[in-house]
Ligand binder design. Structure first.
Ligand SMILES: Nc1ncnc2c1ncn2[C@@H]1O[C@H](COP(=O)(O)OP(=O)(O)OP(=O)(O)O)[C@@H](O)[C@H]1O
Ligand SMILES: [Mg+2]
Length: 428
């Protein structure tokens, strides 16, 4: 027999489990039960800083004392639908493998059909993520995702429609229901050869939209939100290739008062995490900016942050690109061959310089997300203004470099000298 679980039950369960396990990397600072409808993150929002003196952010509230995410969630919880397991079984033909559209670190994602909330009209297509809950971490991230996505509202953030929580005698179910985004992720378009490569301007629009989504998280809410998992696989694309950040299981509130960071044991994805976060556990919005810099180079080069099947010197993207500075002649050699020289060189150099600033070892020296947005807007302007010579420059300098370097020299630098086939462009 199984029964539907309320959030307050889930929280209680997490709280009990916390007494027995030490697998949480963060430590709890909050105390007291929350209202029944709010999935409280006792542990998740813990920082070594004092959360009661959190700074007020620009938009969203007239109150001088900013509320925490769980407090904000309580106000908005009613917007989410609590689905029954049978509804979601029906929606996915009993989680049929043929409807599986993706698998991530926390479970499988299915395409499904649900009845519209008012029961009228056509079915709504949704994405249903069924979590593999093997430990406390899974619970914690599920609750975080519901709370953060229940509160945020922005065109560049994925929309959570509802959730399902069921505890059975044999196993528990934790499921999330999102708006369906039909164009896969940025990762798929950059690295999967079976998915069409995206043209230059679309890449810029995607990264600008992603930056705007992050700007909302960093600066547009009552509380500062650190996303903590920025990577190309978490940038989903809608039918018009507009980007939406997904996966808020690792998100957390920013530091209190004038503290520069929160301290936590690092979790996230290798290759994207900032050095001070990996080594010291210092987490701040500037850690997100570092990850953003990595993705900027992924967009320029069409290479993954980490490619273990390459020679050691080429495995880490940000180490490899250092050999090709933005202002040097050889810079064009790192540009994604799938772009077939269809890009603005001025814009590409601007973006590489921006990425270098984002990747600064000193977190304080990195730009803010607002500054990132501004530079990306300038890069888009460069691309719009691009004279044919800007694009021809790119081709010319590549061939100039080619004349003075042998194939072996190219190979040493990790450049593929064979021409790769370019898939047809996704859209202009
Ligand atoms: N709302 C959605 N609409 C359409 N497809 C989605 C949606 N959410 C996820 N997917 C698909 O499912 C895939 C897996 O997503 P998921 O977030 O579980 O894993 P991931 O991002 O690849 O890895 P990680 O677990 O490290 O975040 C995505 O790459 C995407 O193709
Ligand atoms: Mg993901």
């Amino acid at each position: 027999m199984s029964f539907k679980t309320s959030f307050s039950q889930i929280l209680e369960e997490i709280s009990k489990m916390m007494k027995c396990f030490h697998i949480f990397k963060d430590k709890s600072s909050r105390s007291g039960r929350e209202a029944r409808s709010a999935p409280e993150l006792r542990d998740h929002n813990k920082s070594k800083t004092n959360s009661s003196s959190r700074p007020t952010k620009s938009a969203g509230s007239s109150s001088s004392t900013p509320r925490s995410i769980p407090e904000m969630y309580r106000e908005k919880a009613h917007n989410l639908v609590a689905f029954s397991l049978s509804e979601l079984r029906e929606a996915t033909n009993n989680f049929n493998k043929l409807l599986k559209i993706g698998v991530g670190g926390f479970g499988s994602v299915y395409k499904g059909k649900i009845r519209p909330p008012d029961g009228k009209g056509d079915h709504v297509i949704v994405a249903i993520k069924k979590l593999n809950i093997y430990g406390l971490q899974g619970h914690k991230e599920w609750v975080a995702e519901v709370q953060f996505l229940g509160v945020v509202e922005h065109p560049n953030l994925v929309k959570l429609l509802g959730y399902c929580a069921v505890d059975g005698e044999r196993r528990i179910q934790r499921i999330l229901v999102y708006e369906y985004l039909p164009n896969k992720s940025l990762e798929d378009h950059l690295f999967n050869r079976n998915v069409p490569a995206i043209p230059w301007r679309t890449r810029l629009n995607i990264i600008l939209g992603a930056a705007q989504g992050m700007a909302y998280l960093h600066e547009g809410l009552e509380v500062q939100v650190i996303y903590r998992d920025f990577k190309s696989s978490n940038v989903l694309l809608d039918k018009d290739f507009n980007p939406k950040l997904s996966d808020f299981g690792l998100a957390r509130e920013g530091p209190a008062g004038d503290r520069s960071h929160v301290s936590t044991a690092p979790v996230g994805t290798y290759g994207y995490a900032a050095p001070e976060y990996v080594s010291e556990g210092h987490l701040s919005t500037r850690s997100d900016i570092y990850s953003f810099g990595v993705v900027l180079y992924e967009i320029l080069t069409g290479r993954r942050a980490l490619e273990r099947d390459r020679p050691p010197m080429q495995q880490k993207l940000i180490e490899w690109v250092k050999q090709f500075p933005a202002d040097s002649m050889k810079f064009t050699m790192i540009i994604d061959p799938r772009l077939r020289n269809q890009y603005s060189l001025n814009a590409a150099r601007r973006i590489a310089k921006l990425a270098d600033r984002c990747l600064n070892k000193n977190a304080r020296e990195r730009p803010t997300i607002t500054q990132v947005v501004e530079v990306l807007q300038q890069a888009i302007q460069d691309s719009e203004d691009a004279s044919p010579s800007d694009t021809r420059d790119a081709e010319a300098s590549t061939s100039r470099s080619s004349r003075v370097m042998t194939n072996n020299q190219f190979k040493k630098m990790g450049i593929n000298t064979t021409t790769r086939q370019t898939s047809h462009a996704a859209q202009a």
